[in-house]
Design a protein around this ligand. Structure first.
Ligand code: ZN
Length: 62
């Protein structure tokens, strides 16, 4: 990994970047880890990566 993931706790909304205060939301990225896929959020302004605890269901495999 060439980026650092910052774990934070989501408040009422997760719209403003806690690092740079950019306030128009985030890009998404997904990262497989064992049997879960993490749903991570990238600030479009400062490009920090945040983990607010979201995961995605892994698609069924055959
Ligand atoms: Zn930011």
């Amino acid at each position: 990994m060439d980026y650092e993931v910052t774990k934070i706790e989501m408040k009422q909304t997760f719209k403003e970047c806690p690092a740079c205060q950019y306030s128009d939301g985030f890009h998404s990225m997904f990262q497989k880890e064992d049997d879960v896929t993490r749903w991570l959020f990238i600030c479009p302004a400062c490009h920090r990566v945040f983990d607010i605890g979201f995961t995605c269901p892994v698609p069924c495999s055959n």
